[in-house]
Design a protein around this ligand. Structure first.
Ligand code: GLN
Length: 471
């Protein structure tokens, strides 16, 4: 089994071929089929890629990702391959083009091994909202893997590939990474092109990275980052190298006082955080409490704005343009109605209806406009904190992975996102780092948030935490 690119490269250097490595991953996927992490394994195209990359390695012409075997969330387009956003409504649909970020990986000789299960249209925190069944945690099958990019997290944690892509609109990369004991990074909004990612909430969505080590996390992020003519919200700011380098000098770390006082934080997680903060101080960093009195507005603001955007983005799935069409409907209106009623799952319908309501005449100002105003306040306050601090430290989630089918109330489920939605509301980059375990041996995650476009500093500091045994 190969957990990282470094391990694959070692095997390649001692004579193993990439075709062999790929077969090892295929058999791992087969062995752990019950986890339901993959919706489809791209056996043929991945073998074909592996043969080509093996040849390139022989000729000394291989790219920087030769040896990377990558799984993609089922909402990222890959030409001539199916994509469904784990929804029945996209039944039979095949991508007509490849997402820019994915193309950049392929251009560096990454192999794309398959598409992973996720919550339908990336809406969820437990991966129980897929039209193709729930995904199970690779570390404990009675537990959820987190969501919405659960399949990608499980694929990496279960060593069915060495890296994976997810999308993070409110924590969908960081939370499952935390539940799976691996690294998960969400870049600054605009750092990575969204072209070819099925939109959920366009002003929040970003592609994110799952990996088993910091080196792979940095490399994958760097290669995908940068301006794309096809996405006008992508930033033209120069990317530079994300190759990890040592941290020099004392850093200023802020922790949000109210986050620590949040009810329901696992006591072991809290104790571990306090210990890490003490050790950071001992190493010469400053660790200061800051007040962020808006914590309770975070989740409601997120859900008002993202459902509004979703109701608009998902209007294109109408039974006419592509995907599922109800076989019984007669006429245009009935086709729309029946196709959408039959094609979308429960949670997606709930969000479309909520979003339509907050955008409706008469309620627009009370909800949508208000939500935008609160978002601005959150952004200003966060900016103010980052004038004094290099990083904000919080848990990724209040606790470890919960039992499958144990959270029934959608509001309880939404509260899972309390620490992760912050970075999406403000656009900052954030990473989840494995952070010890609870009494059942289930992992916790530590979240590090940085200034916009400070991915390099954030990656270096995350690696430093590992080197110093602070996580
Ligand atoms: N759990 C959050 C939600 O349900 C986050 C989803 C995401 O980041 N895609 O919306």
């Amino acid at each position: 089994m190969y957990a990282t690119l470094t391990e694959v490269k070692k095997a390649l250097a001692s004579g193993t071929t990439l075709v062999d490595v790929l077969e090892t991953y295929f058999s791992e996927i087969e062995k752990r089929k019950n986890l339901n992490a993959f919706l489809e394994v791209f056996h043929d195209s991945a073998r074909e890629q592996a043969r080509i990359v093996d040849q390139k390695i022989k000729e000394g012409k291989a790219g920087r990702l030769a040896g990377a075997v990558i799984a993609i969330k089922d909402n990222i387009c890959y030409k001539n391959h199916k994509v469904s956003a784990s929804s029945k409504i996209l039944e039979g649909f095949e991508s007509l083009y490849t997402a820019t970020a994915l193309q950049r990986l392929i251009d560096e000789d990454a192999i794309i091994i398959g598409r992973t299960n996720c919550d339908e249209f990336a809406m969820g925190s437990s991966n129980e909202n897929s039209a193709f069944g729930a995904v199970r945690n690779a570390l404990n099958e009675a537990k959820v893997p987190g969501g919405s990019s659960g399949g990608s997290a499980v694929a990496v944690a279960g060593k069915m590939c060495n890296m994976a892509l997810g999308s993070d609109t409110g924590g969908s990369v960081r939370q499952p990474a935390s539940f799976s004991g691996i690294f998960g990074l969400k870049p600054t909004y605009g750092r990575i092109s969204r072209y070819g990612v099925i939109a959920y909430a366009s002003s929040f969505d970003q592609i994110g990275v799952f990996a088993n080590d910091m080196h792979d996390t940095a490399l994958l992020t760097e290669i995908m980052a940068g301006k794309d003519q096809m996405d006008s919200t992508s930033s033209s700011k120069e990317v530079g190298s994300y190759t990890l380098s040592p941290v020099s000098g004392g850093k200023k770390i802020a922790y949000i006082k109210e986050a620590f006082e949040t009810e329901g934080i696992h006591p072991k997680l809290k104790a571990r955080l306090e210990n890490t903060m003490k050790q950071l101080r001992d190493l010469g960093h400053s660790v200061e409490a800051v007040s962020f009195p808006y914590l309770e507005y975070m989740v409601p603001t997120y859900y008002v704005l993202t459902t509004a955007e979703a109701s608009s983005n998902l209007s294109r799935f109408d039974g006419v343009h592509y995907g599922y069409r109800s076989p019984n409907a007669v006429g245009v209106e009935e086709t729309y109605k029946a196709s959408r009623s039959e094609g979308f799952g429960m949670e997606v319908k709930r969000r479309i209806m909520t979003g339509t309501f907050v955008l409706s005449h008469g309620y627009y100002d009370a909800y949508y406009t208000k939500g935008q105003q609160v978002r601005r306040i959150l952004q200003n306050k966060t900016k103010e904190i980052f004038e004094q601090a290099d990083f904000i430290l919080t848990p990724t989630t209040p606790s470890s992975a919960f039992d499958v089918a144990s959270v029934k109330d959608p509001i309880q489920m939404y509260l899972q996102d309390i620490f992760t939605v912050h970075a999406n509301l403000t656009g900052n980059p954030a990473i989840s780092i494995p952070f010890g375990t609870d009494e059942e041996n289930l992992p916790f995650g530590l979240q590090l948030m940085a200034k916009p476009f400070a991915e390099k500093e954030m990656l270096d500091f995350a690696a430093y935490l590992g080197e110093q045994n602070l996580v």
